[in-house]
Design a protein around this ligand. Sequence first.
Ligand SMILES: [Zn+2]
Ligand SMILES: [Zn+2]
Length: 859
Amino acid sequence: MSQDEQTTMVREDRYDAQRIETKWFERWQQDPSLYAAEPNSTKPKYYVLEMLPYPSGALHMGHVRNYAIGDALARFMWMNGYNVLHPMGWDSFGLPAENAAIANNTPPREWTLRNIANMRAQMKRLGFGYDWSREVTTCLPEYYRWNQWFFLKLYEKGLAYRKKSRVNWCPKCCTVLANEQVVNGRCWRHEDTLVEQRELEQWFLRITQYAEELLRDLDRLPDWPEKVRTMQRNWIGRSEGTLVDFKLDGATDSPDSKITVFTTRIDTIYGATSVQLAPQHPLVARLTRNNDPLRAQVEQLIAEQRKAKEVGDIGAIEKHGVNTHHFALNPYNGERVPIWVANYILMDYGTGAIMSVPAHDERDYEFARKYSLPIRIVIVPRTVDPEETSVEPTLPFTTMEGTLVNSGPFTGLDCEEAIKKMSEHAEKKGFGKATTTYRLKDWGISRQRYWGTPIPMLYCEKDGIVPVPEKDLPVILPDNVDITLTGGSPLGRVPEFVNATCPKCGGPARRETDTMDTFVDSSWYFYRYTDPHNDQAPFDSKTVGYWFPIDQYIGGVEHAILHLIYSRFWTKFMRDMGLVKNDEPVERLFTQGMIIKGGAKMSKSLGNIVSPDEMIARYGADSTRMYTLFATSPDRELDWQDEGVEGIQRFLGKVYRFVEGNACPQDQDWHKAVPAHLTGSARRLQRKFHQTIKRVSDDFQGRWHFNTCISAVMELVNDATRRALGSVPTQNPVTGDPARGDEIPLALLADVQRNIVLLLAPFAPHIAHELWEMLGEEGSLLRAPWPTYDPALAKEDEIEIPVQINGKLRGLIVVPVDSAKEVIQDGALANEKVKAAITGKQIVKLIVVPGKLVNIVVR
Ligand SMILES: [Zn+2]
Ligand SMILES: [Zn+2]
């Protein structure tokens, strides 16, 4: 900085967040390449990413917390010499835009783009260091054309297909929901709305083809939260078992005359005393056709099941069932077993039918006792003596540690072996086979809504389903569509859109009017950031090869199964296409905790929403974002306290005054090297600041407990301020005069100040930049090297111990670290101030807590 600039620089002695933040906001605006990743860099790369927001109109505090974590990390990595990619974008298709558009009578595009502008401005005001040249907006054709392109590729590979199916339908959204979007039987967006079932022709993505790999590779993600991996494991829900066909008694041989059950315990099948169907099982309608009372009972079971789903715990349902008085045949021994319908059997799990083995299954046992069904033991505890057969198990006996009895040719086998042999037998005889089932279902992506990516498919009377040729992409989502009418896809009411020409025969064709689930958009958006303006391909593979996998992804745990499974699937599909080389998109995942207020989730209805704009206006952006990091560790729930933000503002004010009041970069001593061997107060300050650097650096690379590292910086600031102002009385115990700041060499003070600013830079960038300039430092703080510490200087060699007399602090003694009790005691009694305070009195008690405190009680 030139001399001229220095004299004109405003140096106010008060910390004025608004002035400083406005100044730096404007300066940063002028340099759009400030946060840009470097092309052809030789530096190591670091891709840090926060989940992109839905542009609802304004940031909420949860966003601020999420981005404050990511931004602190990005700045830390910049300062550590990495080539950092830190982009931001908008997950901008989806229902809320459509609903808001209806409510506000504004077209979704206009509403969305306006919200994006607002939120982008808020992010800039908060000082987040994003490379805006890479901004991705999923509702724009330059992005969603690649959704369509991927869809065509999926279709080519047989991974996108159309089928009629029972789907989840939210009557409020007027659209289909994925299984992942149904929470406790209700819409994920409408907690008060029960999801209905409808039969519709739908497009599906064959995610189940990757089920095994999605499950297996969870073990290769050690830096993901265990909680998230467990949720994904459960969602994929792999189970090994056997499919077995029970023929209907008296029926002819046709595919619909048998009940296929799935069981994990085929070894118990000789103990099956009934077959049980889900109330929604297709066969139930047939069995109840001429039996009105029975049908009414089944309806009752359906109602009970729905009710249990609403409450959320189908496992806890009170088990009811009805006997159809029809029979099925056990294929192993030809035994007739009754067919029941039960309310706890779910159609969307397994095959919707089970064999009931009361002796060896908890649920079946409970059910059989209730309805007095026979209970037959076919497994007994394994015994050492094979002659001893009288061991009666306690029922239900469900472990695998057993031997088969009453099981025809399989009697005498161990459970494990029996499962293998009996599955093989079923396969040989053609009535069953060993199989692996997954809870994970194919991903239904059709949505009967307007604001989404049009599915690039055509229907020709002659040629059937015809994909839109690649060269005709994008299929543009038309504007000016009446979205207020309900029933059917809004696009179906736009003839210019619907009516098309078949690319195969040139005849008339009808366009698909459903749009894609918005989770398609977010499944691959982070690849686009690496090459956002490519109009020949979704991205350049080589560029993706450089940046991927994402080194650190940060977002809410609510995305543990939807977004984070879909995007893993998408990556594996792209890898199989040869587009990317990585098997997984994200190396390290961090899920931050929620922000609540007054013990409750922030919501409009509770009136406890804290607006970031208001906090910025009151305390400044630095205090607001720093508070979200300081209040608790970032993985935990944060209960918002305005006083906490105020506390941070006070702290930043203290830092400001400390630097402003002590910085004298014009003084030549300021620029000298710190003397090699410091003693006394100077040495203690030096030690503390090396320790603080170590602590903050370690935490960034380890636990991310930013709250504790910010506390460490606070302590350092307090300590430095005290010493610089000479408020530490140890230096002259005889006269009691406070030591002066000049005890601290100016070069050390400069070093401490410079390092405090560097340590604050990731958390409070505006004030850090301001102070950096005030210290006369040249060059961008953003890329200033992160401070290093000297382990020898950080080592504790002597410590201060306070001495209390009758509970009052009377002095501080300095002793070597690890001093014995006697040494500390002698030191305390030799201290001039202590001596003065106890003269003429009797010591009744003297307690020494080594390393901590001396407590003297006198009378
Ligand atoms: Zn809904
Ligand atoms: Zn045709």
